[in-house]
Every structure is written in structure tokens, then in C-alpha cells.
Write a protein that binds this ligand. Structure first.
Ligand SMILES: *Cc1c(COP(=O)(O)O)cnc(C)c1O
Length: 404
């Protein structure tokens, strides 16, 4: 039994990583770009292989993808681009140029008369590995912050809308401030009254219909996160705005384009999503969480609790709090696990708060047991305290030497 449709028992998989000299990491971090995102579903892999040797008319293939996207999201239309970050940039560009082909060719230089301002609540100005306002600037747009880091109010949004407002960007993610922000239905209603398109970054969300249903004009997803497709971005929404974003392929979208293989891959992943045994997957994820919880129970200085996903995705994680009696800091324990054999990569984005998370949504069969064993062995080993601090700094130092 696999935890994801693509999962096969470790022993049955020939591991290309060994051939390439790469570490056989176990991902309990989540759908992270830096770790290869997700286990691609077999339907996507098969579709990509099938289209690879064939020629197709790409606009027609995109038409077919649009129909699939419309069916799954409830949108009027959709298209596939390189990533969610690209989808945001192209949607913003489209809201600026609409269907003006000359303006599309001129971006990111903005000609007279184009609206360029993009409203975003300050608590939504996140980094997902790159700053989100850069996706606005790439299109030639200008981010206009609304409210403060911890509080945004409807009147602040209303007064920020002006003659030069092209769009408003709304982020649904664990990365954002989770309180004090304007709820999407209210945000969308204010923008709709003034005819400002609302673009939702829903990169890592399960809900394919809800944000459009709550009033968004465009919702943008990552194809390679929960959907288990190839690395792609999905743009879905109002037909005229999706078309304007699609037309950017004759402009700034050229460097963000996807080929036939990615388009059919994500179409297949979406069709598989409709048939996926979501309940069965949740059951197996719960079993992994329970296994880890029990493994950690006996260990000194560790407190573990199952916590729900902060944006209500149907997914729980194990929060592992690391107390001084354990002999570790949370950062130190995360680093020690990442140095183990096999390396276990935990979800460490708020490790400064003294905890990390174990995410069960990307496990191959047998890996949950390995993670439990590595946790216990690492906590019992004495030499691991040397991994105490400054991991973020160290990873930047390493990056700056790439490719060594
Ligand atoms: C992952 C993520 C992105 C970036 O998605 P890509 O498809 O990798 O470009 C953007 N926004 C949020 C909220 C994310 O979680």
C-alpha cells in the first residue's frame, strides 16, 4: 500500500539518486520545491512519456487543458505555466495589459496609460523562497501595501484603490499572518465594487473551487504540490483575464513557458485528483502521525502534539517541541536528523520557536517507520549537540559556493 498514488515500496524502486550520487533523503517537510516538491502520480508520468515523441499544436493542447481546469475549479477557463510564481506574474501582467499585444511586448517597461498598482495586504507579503512582490515587479507592476503587518481593515483597502490600480493580490498560505487580515469574501466584494480583479495565490491549497467561489477572479495553484503533477503553475478564473494572462506567452511569459509534457502531465494529475482515494490517504497519514507520536512519547525533553493545517487543508502534522532536557535545540535536532543515515528532512520554518513539524503527506511505504527509528536514535545519541545553531546562515554560505 502506498501513501501517495505514486508511492512504491522503497525496495521495489530502483533509486536513480544513488546513480547520480545524491543523498536518499526522506521528506517529512511537506511539498517543498527545494526537495523535489511531491511524489508525482503515475498517471502524470505515463501521460508525459506518451506525449514526449509527438508533435502537437500547443494552443490546442492548452484549449484541452483549459476545459479540464474549468471542470475541476469551476472557472471559465485556465492555462498551465511554469510555476505558481509565474502564474502570479502573468496574471498581474494580464490585468495590466488586458489584450493589448503591443503592451504585452513592451512589458516590463510600462507605457503611458497602463494601470500598474497591485494592492496586497502587508501581512501577505511573504517569501515562498522568493519574495512575492517580485512576481508583481517582474510584470512591471508595483506592490501597494494595504494595512500593517498585523492588521488590515476594509476601509484601508477601499482607500488604496485608485485610478492606477490594476489588480489586488490575496495570499492563502501558512506563510502569511494568520490573524487580523481581511477575509477573502470581504476583500473580493470591495474590489468587485470598483472592478478591480482579485488574484489569489493558492499555491499549496487542496481546495480547487473555494477561492473562486468566494469571489476571486483568478486562482493560481502549483501543479507540483498537492496535485502530484510535474513542476507547473495553474491559472484558473474569469475567461477574459485568463486569456490576457495566457497572451503574455508572447511576452514575459516566454521564459516561463511549459512544453507539451508538462501540460499533459498536469491534466493527468488533475484527472487523477478527481479519482484519488483522499479518505484512504488521510487514514495512512494518521497512522504515520500515531507511530511517531508513540515513538517520541518515552523520550526526555520532547513534547509532541498532532496539529491541524493552518489554512484548513485536510492534513495534520506532528508538532515536535524540543525542550532543553533533551540536550538539543529544535534547530540542532532538525540539523542532526538531516545529517542522519538516511537523512530525514523535517519542516523547520519556525524552528526558532523551539519546535519543528513532521509532515506525513509525501511518504513512500516503509518510510514512516524509518523516520520513527531515526528520531529515537538521534535523540539517544550524544554527539549531536554540535549541530546547535545558525543552520539558516550555513545554508546560505553553502548556496554562495554553488556549484563548488
Ligand atoms: C510554493 C508557493 C509558491 C510558489 O509556487 P511555485 O509553483 O513553486 O512557484 C507561491 N506561493 C505560495 C503561498 C507557496 O506556498
Amino acid at each position: 500500500m502506498s501513501l501517495q498514488p505514486g508511492g512504491a515500496p522503497a525496495a521495489e524502486r530502483t533509486d536513480i539518486r544513488a546513480e547520480l550520487g545524491l543523498r536518499p533523503i526522506i521528506n517529512v517537510s511537506g511539498t517543498m520545491t527545494a526537495l523535489g516538491a511531491s511524489i508525482m502520480v503515475p498517471e502524470a508520468i505515463a501521460a508525459m512519456a506518451a506525449i514526449a515523441p509527438e508533435f502537437v499544436e500547443i494552443d490546442d493542447l492548452h484549449r484541452k487543458a483549459s476545459a479540464v481546469l474549468a471542470r475541476l475549479t469551476g472557472a471559465e477557463a485556465g492555462f498551465v505555466t511554469a510555476s505558481c510564481a509565474s502564474g502570479i506574474a502573468l496574471s498581474i501582467a494580464g490585468s495590466m495589459t488586458r489584450d493589448d499585444l503591443l503592451a504585452i511586448e513592451r512589458l516590463p517597461d510600462v507605457t503611458e496609460g497602463l494601470k500598474t498598482e497591485v494592492l496586497i495586504q502587508l501581512g501577505h507579503v511573504v517569501s515562498f523562497g522568493a519574495p512575492i512582490d517580485q512576481s508583481i515587479r517582474l510584470a512591471g507592476g508595483k506592490a501597494v501595501p494595504v494595512g500593517t503587518v498585523s492588521l488590515a481593515q476594509p476601509y484601508q483597502l477601499e482607500s488604496a484603490i485608485g485610478q492606477r490600480t490594476a489588480a489586488a493580490l490575496y495570499v492563502v498560505s501558512h506563510h502569511t499572518v494568520q490573524f487580523g487580515m481581511i477575509p477573502l469574501p470581504d476583500f473580493a466584494a470591495i474590489c468587485r465594487k470598483r472592478e478591480i480583479p482579485v488574484i489569489v495565490d493558492a499555491a499549496s491549497e487542496y481546495d480547487l473551487r473555494g477561492f473562486l467561489a468566494q469571489g476571486a477572479d483568478i486562482a493560481v495553484y502549483s501543479g507540483h504540490k498537492f496535485l502530484g503533477g510535474p513542476t507547473t503553475g495553474i491559472v484558473a478564473g474569469r475567461k477574459d483575464l485568463v486569456r490576457a494572462a495566457y497572451l503574455q506567452n508572447r511576452g514575459i511569459g516566454r521564459g516561463m513557458k511549459v512544453g507539451k509534457e508538462s501540460i499533459v502531465g498536469v491534466m493527468a494529475a488533475l484527472q487523477a485528483w478527481e479519482k484519488r482515494d483522499h479518505g484512504g490517504i488521510r487514514e495512512r497519514e494518521r497512522a504515520a502521525l500515531q507511530l511517531w507520536l508513540e515513538a517520541l512519547q518515552a523520550l526526555r525533553g520532547i513534547a509532541a502534539t498532532i496539529v491541524p493545517d493552518p489554512t484548513d487543508n485536510p492534513l495534520d502534522r506532528l508538532q515536535v517541541s524540543v525542550l532543553p532536557e533533551s540536550g538539543f535545540t529544535a534547530a540542532g535536532l532538525a540539523a542532526a536528523l538531516a545529517q542522519g543515515s538516511p537523512p530525514v528532512i523535517v519542516r523547520d520554518h519556525e524552528v526558532e520557536r523551539g519546535h519543528f513539524f513532521l509532515d506525513p503527506c509525501n511518504l513512500h511505504p516503509g518510510e514512516a517507520e524509518i523516520v520513527a527509528r531515526q528520531l529515537v536514535e538521534t535523540l539517544r545519541s550524544s554527539n549531536a549537540a554540535r549541530f546547535a545553531a545558525a543552520e539558516r546562515q550555513r545554508s546560505i554560505e553553502r548556496l554562495m559556493k554553488w556549484p563548488d
